[in-house]
Design a protein around this ligand. Structure first.
Ligand SMILES: [Ca+2]
Ligand SMILES: [Ca+2]
Length: 472
């Protein structure tokens, strides 16, 4: 068995001594460890992560909304948890119940999904760019609404692509990855434009911050002053420029920005700078996505070539890290549980447009795509081979775990259907997080996703002898 233990608990669970501990290995949990866990009570509202890597316990505590600020508590607490190695090398050298040819086909199939998914993301982003061009040329409400529709459409393929993150692939390569320029979030809207109570807020209204609004300026201002919520570009910046703040004056309502904000007839100051901002920020989205298409296309001399050339099991390890991290951390924890804990739309993914239910649905669809080995393109055509997905792989090497994962995905799909039904009934995600029965459903979704991820980690260890880390 791979030596990997995973444990996650929110502060509330800790204080109630209702700790969910997902220990699938048979390793005894030392009482000293429990004691240390309870010392975390002083870190209110924080999430706690505990896992075991290479025979050593590592604890991390993550402050809400400080995604990149993992604090290694081993420096604060005497974590001398030198548990004896629990046979992590047991499987080393064991022959896998699968051929090299099959493994290569699975990896190739995945690369085909990624490329098609990024191509669709790029095409839809170009449509958005064209809609903005039309809006800025012919200024009317119809074109404004069409632009919002194009933004929503652009999110459909991109949301599915997030399962290709978290393993330092092209999207989040530490040096060149455009993720923070595309999908940075949460976003402090007052960094960009006026907000309720401050008519002069933001880059748009500050000649001092940005004498000229161009691509270089907006990119340089992204995550300005080292503040992660100082987001100047990407889908969510454009979302705010189109919808404006969601003041929820009625429960079913999203942001109500007027198209007149872009024109001199409107009440908002600096319409020309706002136009320039919308234009530049929108253009940047397809230009970032184009890089991703080139990284994965079949032209060679790119990431795809390296990805296919490496050892197939290393490639599969990356595929599973992407899927596992989205399923265990990013989607249930960052994107759902944080909003549930705070009850605030500030922690809602697409808070201005109230499109968060689609973000969640599409992230799960992305996981399903990689699981099944197919991706349905925007034009309805299907890319990939259903016999070459992760499910087929695990059916062969860890059939019981494979079935357990399938069951958890189906439970997650049921919860997602219920979430979407509630949206149709007039309760967008920002209302569901404050409605008791909807909250219970979202909690079920979190549990199903995390159980899926937990089974994935174990299946990879059992069937493929791969260690999958799912830390954000
Ligand atoms: Ca709303
Ligand atoms: Ca909202």
């Amino acid at each position: 068995m791979g030596a990997f233990f995973f444990f996650i608990a929110s502060f509330n669970q800790l204080i109630n001594k209702k700790i969910d501990i997902f220990i699938k290995n048979s390793q005894k949990l030392d009482s000293a460890l429990i004691e240390i866990v309870f010392q975390f009570q002083l870190y209110k509202k924080d999430h706690l992560y505990l896992n075991k890597q290479k025979g050593k316990w590592i604890m991390k505590i993550k402050a809400l909304r400080l995604k990149k600020s993992l604090l290694f508590l081993s420096s604060l607490l005497p974590l001398a948890l030198s548990f004896s190695s629990c046979g992590s090398s047991e499987n080393q050298g064991t022959e896998l119940n699968i051929s090299q040819t099959q493994l290569e086909a699975v990896v190739q199939n995945y690369a085909d999904l990624v490329l098609a998914n990024y191509q669709d993301s790029y095409d839809e982003a170009l449509n958005l760019e064209e809609s903005v061009n039309l809006l800025l040329e012919f200024q009317n409400e119809e074109n404004f609404n069409q632009t919002k529709t194009a933004w929503l459409a652009a999110r459909e393929p991109y949301g599915q692509s997030e399962v290709y993150r978290f393993y330092n692939g092209p999207i989040d390569d530490p040096d060149t990855g455009p993720e923070s320029l595309l999908n940075a979030w949460p976003l402090d809207e007052a960094y960009i434009d006026y907000v309720e109570g401050d008519a002069n807020a933001g880059i748009i209204n500050s000649l001092e911050t940005a004498p000229i609004i161009d691509a270089a300026t907006l990119i340089s201002l992204n995550e300005g002053q080292g503040v992660e919520s100082n987001v100047s570009v990407g889908y969510h910046a454009v979302e705010f420029l189109l919808w404006g703040q969601d003041l929820n004056t009625s429960p079913g309502e999203a942001g109500q920005r007027s198209y007149l904000d872009y024109f001199s007839e409107g009440a908002a100051p600096n319409p020309d700078r706002r136009k320039a901002y919308l234009n530049v920020a929108t253009d940047l989205i397809p230009s970032q996505l184009e890089m991703l298409v080139h990284a994965w296309d079949e032209e060679g001399n790119n990431y795809r070539e390296e990805f296919l050339a490496q050892d197939s099991l290393s490639a599969i390890q990356n595929i599973l890290i992407g899927m596992g991290t989205l399923a265990v951390g990013e989607l249930p924890s960052e994107r759902i549980e944080v909003a549930l804990l705070t009850g605030s739309q500030e922690d809602e993914h697409s808070c201005f447009s109230d499109n968060t239910h689609r973000d969640i649905t599409l992230n799960l669809q992305g996981i399903l795509n990689v699981w099944q080995g197919t991706y349905t393109r925007i034009d309805g055509s299907i890319v990939g081979d259903g016999n070459l997905g992760m499910k087929s792989l695990f059916d062969q090497v860890a059939p019981e775990k494979s079935q357990a994962m399938q069951d958890q995905l189906e439970a997650a799909l049921l919860a997602v259907d219920q979430m979407n039904l509630a949206v149709e009934e007039g309760r967008p995600f920002d209302q569901q997080i404050i409605n008791e029965s909807d909250r219970a459903n979202l909690q079920n979704l979190i549990t199903a996703l995390q159980n899926f991820g937990g089974e994935l980690v174990l299946a990879a260890s059992e069937g493929l002898d791969l260690n999958i880390t799912t830390d954000l």
